[in-house]
Design a protein around this ligand. Structure first.
Ligand code: NIG
Ligand code: FE
Length: 426
């Protein structure tokens, strides 16, 4: 087993640790090999979540009990009953723990600087807060160096990895000038393929008297500078941000430059965002907190995933989105963190899973599916969010006998180990 090349990895176990772990029936590791070339068997898995309903118990999670999994060349090479596992170069004993796919966090805002502790403290203390919210972060982000922005980003990525996130999307949206948006995306693109241009987060104070001029900038010069660094384009479609017509113009312009749409929709109020998302075949409509029956019907009729972000409702004491209503209508639901310094400062997908189960009507199985396969669907990916042969070997070993513990034991650090691209990363 080789150490992860990341700047801040948890070290792979040393020989002494391996012995110690073996004695406590935890992870044991056979002699070192490169994970990229050698095969590794993970065995004694109490329950393996594959997200392939053709496997195991044939539930949507495709649960295999007393399972094993083989990693080879950064991919899953085999899954099945541990008694039938093939011979491999390396062997890891999972010690009767559960294994789940690495979490796919399909919505975050991690390129930022500054701090909004006082805003949160005031909100939670019932005191009025008069500072600028997103504008506060925009000012701090513009003032920060590239190095400071990147250091902040890697800090939160490392935090997320330790909590089991192996794929993440992140956005610009706190620069709101041509140069500041483009550098945010450039910095993000060094760390993930899932980069989203969100020049249309709010109309910045410097364009307060000319929102049409700002939309022209977002769809013109700023788009030209940003498109090379991004895969997606997003708009905050909300009263006080961008209306339906502006959102349509921005997303359509982005599409013409090869970016694919996703939308912050129906977060704070009812509005056109969700229906626009479906109309434009956006990969995802994010938030979906205020939905009419027509919005739910539209989502059920299209490919657009409804991405729910309970960290935002938690951190703003807002009403929860109704996941049950969406699931019962046949909508594909993803669960993500929305990690940002204002409305949802958590990088923890397990925390969001627990909230979704406790307060949004999801079963533990549904919430885990949405945080893995659902996130992958929201990014139109089929190589992550599942543990079946050919998928990327992104997996989380939980310090628990069942994936249900993610909701049953809220707030407990259950991530025992993480493999990303077949390499032990935590
Ligand atoms: O997704 N809704 C808009 N954007 C963020 C909030 C960002 C902020 O408050 O800084 C969100 O919740
Ligand atoms: Fe967001």
């Amino acid at each position: 087993m080789t150490p992860d090349p990341d700047p801040d990895p948890a070290p792979a176990p040393t020989a002494d640790q391996a012995t110690e772990d073996a004695m406590s029936n935890a992870t044991t590791v056979s002699p070192a090999h490169s994970a990229s070339t050698a095969s590794t068997l993970i065995t004694d898995i109490a329950v393996l979540v594959t997200n392939d309903p053709s496997l195991g118990d044939n539930s949507p999670l495709g649960l295999i009990r007393d399972a094993a999994l083989v990693i080879e060349g950064g991919r899953v090479a085999w899954t099945g009953d541990q008694s039938k596992a093939p011979a491999t170069d390396n062997r890891v004993d999972a010690g009767g723990r559960a294994v789940v796919p690495g979490f796919v966090d399909s919505h975050s805002h991690l390129v930022f600087a500054g701090d909004r502790t006082e805003e949160f403290n005031a909100r939670m203390s019932g005191r009025p807060y008069s500072a600028g919210g997103i504008r506060t972060t925009v000012a701090a982000t513009r003032a920060a160096s590239d190095a400071a922005l990147e250091a902040n980003l890697t800090r939160y990525l490392s935090e997320a990895l330790r909590q089991g996130t192996t794929t993440f999307e992140t956005k610009s949206g706190y620069g709101l000038t041509v140069g500041d948006e483009a550098r945010a995306l450039r910095i993000a693109a060094a760390h993930t393929d899932e980069v989203t241009y969100l020049g249309a987060h709010i109309v910045p104070p410097d364009h307060a008297d000319d929102p049409a001029g700002y939309v022209a900038l977002v769809t013109g010069e700023m788009l030209d500078a940003c498109a090379p660094h991004a895969r997606w384009i997003d708009v905050f479609c909300e009263k006080g941000a961008f209306d339906g017509d502006q959102a349509r113009a921005i997303l359509t312009a982005g599409r013409a430059k090869g970016l694919h749409p996703r939308i912050h929709a129906n977060q704070l109020s009812y509005g056109p965002g969700v229906r626009l998302a479906v109309e434009l075949d956006a990969a995802s409509a994010d938030h979906c907190t205020h939905l009419t029956d027509a919005d739910v019907d539209a989502l059920a009729s299209g490919r657009t995933v409804a991405t729910l972000l309970p960290g935002a409702e938690f951190s703003t004491r807002a009403a929860w989105p109704d996941a049950r209503r969406l699931l019962d209508a046949g909508v594909t639901v993803a669960l993500s963190t929305d990690c940002n310094p204002g409305s949802s400062f958590t990088s923890s997908v397990p925390f969001c899973v627990a909230l979704a189960v406790r307060d949004m009507g999801m079963t533990p199985d549904e919430a885990l599916w949405s945080a893995t396969a659902g996130g992958a669907a929201a990014l139109r990916r089929d190589d992550v969010g599942r543990l079946t042969p050919g998928a990327r070997a992104d997996l989380v070993l939980l310090d628990a006998p069942s994936h249900v513990h993610l909701a049953y034991r809220p707030g407990v650090p259950l991530v025992h180990a993480v493999w990303r691209d077949g390499v032990r990363a935590v």
